[in-house]
Design a protein around this ligand. Structure first.
Ligand code: FAD
Length: 406
């Protein structure tokens, strides 16, 4: 049988996998099957430039249509894979068609976590994951209209910034005591609360949602304290869950995501997985991680392609991430979870630029750099090399960044 690699999920990881497969010498057939009707596209602009009309749909594409011709990829878009038969080495589509593979790549990503709030089915209530979600919001946006965002994480805050940019009044409802509580230090949360407040966003923390209210369409969000916040649009951003069901039903090992080894390979040697759907061991942090980032989708896909081509290489990348809000470019290197000390360089209480360096038991583990590209770059390099940093030098801005890291 001719070699045939099927990729399930027209995703960030898939786009990378295709070019890496050909670069690594894969001469067999490649099929890309995705349930969305689109070629793989960049999701980050959905809450940013695309949301405010600064990017077109075409500009979202990770690779233009010609790329898939050039790399000889059979595209099956708008088709959902419903079953993997590992013994027969074939997959089944929702229309019943079966396709045989010799290698399979799962890049099924993640989907939004849904909370069944009363009223969540009203027109004007959206989640934010897919291009279709965002296209539908446009009917409910417009200068002078009101929006409520449920969830003060990165996506919620980015969307808040975008809605302010187009002249809407915005309220963010966060259940915890501060925004970004799960992912940043209190100083960073306080900074974003200050900036959003200065930009006109009403941020309500420790606020529970009782119900989304409205008659024919959404009209507001009733909070647990009995107050109702008016809304023409509600966006819910309360996290994602990995798409593991297909893999699970096929008997692949699941452990908070599709379990893969350092070669992005599942417990079936002919099936790899990459991106948001996976859980892998990270040697830098010496623990298992399920990451939700473009960096991981892209870097892990390169490793998966090498495995498919019989050139295994262990995955050992430093996680990094970014978030754009207003004129603020937040760049994150490393993982701050578990930190016991934070050092701030710059003034987080005023202005719009500083860096927060995270330590755990004296070891430098991560940085949040806001409009501080040098701090980000130097930290990324140090974290990748396992180099520690002198916490006493970090806050001293009279010492140049490069000298802090020497
Ligand atoms: C609004 C928004 C903003 C973001 N901003 C940032 C950012 O600033 N920086 C950053 O690093 N990351 C950001 N992210 C996260 C980033 O987009 C994800 O980490 C990335 O998309 C993960 O890529 P992936 O390859 O794992 O899969 P995904 O991009 O999730 O794609 C998976 C695809 O597989 C499809 N699929 C699933 N099951 C099947 C099936 N059975 N059959 C066929 N198709 C299937 C899905 O429908 C989907 O199209 C953002 C995400 C969103 C939604």
């Amino acid at each position: 049988m001719t070699e045939h690699c099927i990729i399930i999920g027209a995703s960030h990881a898939a786009a990378q996998l295709i070019s890496s497969l050909r670069q690594e010498g894969w001469e067999g057939k490649i099929s890309l099957i995705g349930d969305e009707p689109y070629l793989p596209y960049h999701r980050p602009p959905l809450s940013k430039a695309f949301f405010v009309g600064e990017k077109t749909e075409d500009e979202l594409l990770i690779r233009a249509a010609g790329f898939y011709d050039k790399y000889k990829v059979d595209l099956l878009l708008g088709s959902r894979v419903t079953k993997i038969d590992r013994d027969a080495k074939k997959i089944t589509l929702e229309n019943g068609a079966e396709i045989s593979y010799t290698k399979l790549a799962l890049t099924t990503g993640a989907r939004v976590r849904k909370i069944p709030f009363t009223g969540c089915e009203l027109p004007g209530v959206f989640y934010m994951r897919d291009l279709n979600d965002v296209k539908q919001t446009h009917e409910f946006t417009g200068r002078g209209k009101s929006a409520v965002i449920i969830g003060g994480g990165y996506i919620g805050l980015e969307t808040a910034a975008s809605l302010r940019k187009i002249g809407m009044s915005v309220t963010v409802i966060e259940a915890m005591s501060r925004v970004l509580q799960r992912v940043t230090a209190p100083e960073v949360s306080a900074f974003y609360t200050r900036i959003h407040t200065e930009e006109g966003v009403d941020i309500r923390t420790e606020a529970g949602v009782d119900a989304i209210v409205g008659d024919k369409h959404v009209e507001g969000v009733r909070l647990a304290d009995g107050n109702t916040v008016h809304a023409d649009l509600v966006i819910i951003g309360v996290g994602v869950i990995p798409n593991i069901e297909l893999a699970e039903a096929a008997g692949l090992t699941i452990d908070n995501g599709i379990a893969v080894d350092e070669f992005a390979t599942t417990n079936d040697a002919d099936i790899v997985a990459a991106g948001d759907c996976t859980n892998h061991y990270n040697p830098i942090y010496q623990r298992k991680l399920r990451l939700e980032s473009v960096q991981n989708a892209t870097d892990q896909a390169k490793i998966a392609a090498k495995s498919i081509c019989g050139k295994p290489e262990a995955y050992s990348a430093l996680p990094w991430f970014w978030s754009d809000q207003y004129d603020l470019k937040l760049q994150i290197a490393g993982l701050s979870q578990g930190f016991d000390k934070v050092i701030i360089r710059g003034d987080s209480a005023q202005g719009r630029s500083f860096a927060a360096f995270y330590f755990c038991e004296g070891r430098f583990i991560a940085v949040d750099a806001i409009n501080r590209p040098k701090e980000f770059m130097m930290s990324k390099r140090a974290l990748t090399a396992g180099q520690n940093v002198d916490p006493l030098k970090l806050p001293d801005e009279s010492i140049e960044v490069k000298d802090v890291f020497n």
